[in-house]
Write a protein that binds this ligand. Structure first.
Ligand code: MLT
Length: 267
């Protein structure tokens, strides 16, 4: 299905029934990141799964997509569906976008699931790394970074034991377009610190991460959990950055329990 953003049409999937759960992918991913969630979760929630602007089957991005730009796109999507309250579930960059959405549109957010993400902005070193990656992608395309990022997405054990999964993650990353990847790199480098909003979060919140996540160490999740009153933290053993794909059963069960405990309304 299509959703209209500022000046381009984007793609999303809408399946299942129950309270609306917006599944926001990370970088450099698309909505297929959530394929191992659909069967398990669709009887518990209405799953809304966008390809963010510049990714997957969505239209092109401008030079820079800030986290607020993505959040505004997602607000347009749920407004068009006349959804007045949504549960956000964002992984990594999807988590940065979830916090931007919550900051801008708190009245629309019923619950929050933050997976493998952080609230802090980039360090100077991280910004320099994004600049180098931008130059690499502009000169050589996306396939190179897909290969170098794969060992950060999944544990070495998963890559060795589940080559099909590993290959599907590499292919998902490699098929993203230069336009979307570069816009997201610039937007992530420019994102503000969202840590100050954490202690004002009063909605049900679940934080999930992988014990072996080297891209975003679990200490980041632990400090988010300490800052949000009443949140729950799940650290999944033997999972790295894509905890939803490496440990789908544990991930899905935690989301189902969160949805049941929250007694969210279907809107
Ligand atoms: C992601 O998975 O979304 C990215 O690794 C996040 C980042 O680069 O900061």
């Amino acid at each position: 299905m299509k959703y209209q953003t500022q000046n381009t049409l984007c793609e999303y999937e809408d399946t299942g029934s129950g309270p609306p759960l917006l599944l926001i992918h990370g970088f450099p991913h698309d909505g297929t990141l959530w394929r191992l969630q659909i069967e398990e979760l669709k009887n518990h929630a209405r799953l809304i799964i966008p390809d963010l602007r510049g990714f997957g089957k969505s239209g092109d991005a401008p030079e820079t997509m800030t986290m607020d730009d993505y959040a505004a796109d997602l607000k347009a999507l749920i407004d068009a569906q006349r959804i007045r309250g949504v549960i956000l579930c964002g992984l990594s960059m999807g988590g940065y976008i979830s916090l931007a959405f919550l900051d801008r549109y708190p009245e629309l957010v019923l619950g929050l699931i933050l997976a493998n993400t952080r609230s802090a902005p980039d360090t100077e070193q991280a910004r320099a790394g994004r600049q180098a990656m931008t130059e690499q992608v502009l000169s050589g395309g996306v396939a190179g970074i897909a290969t170098t990022m794969l060992p950060k997405m999944l544990t070495a054990t998963t890559i060795a034991r589940n080559p099909d999964l590993a290959d599907s993650v590499r292919v998902m990353m490699a098929r993203q377009r230069v336009n979307g990847v570069v816009a997201a790199l610039r937007g992530m480098a420019a994102r503000p610190d969202r840590t100050p909003i954490l202690d004002s979060i009063k909605i049900p919140t679940l934080i999930i991460t992988g014990e072996a996540d080297s891209l975003i160490p679990m200490e980041e999740s632990q400090s988010i959990n300490e800052a949000i009153e009443g949140s729950r933290l799940l650290i999944i053993p033997q999972a790295a950055h894509l905890s939803n794909l490496e440990a789908p059963d544990v991930f899905n069960q935690a989301v189902i329990e969160f949805l049941e405990a929250g007694r969210f309304q279907s809107t």
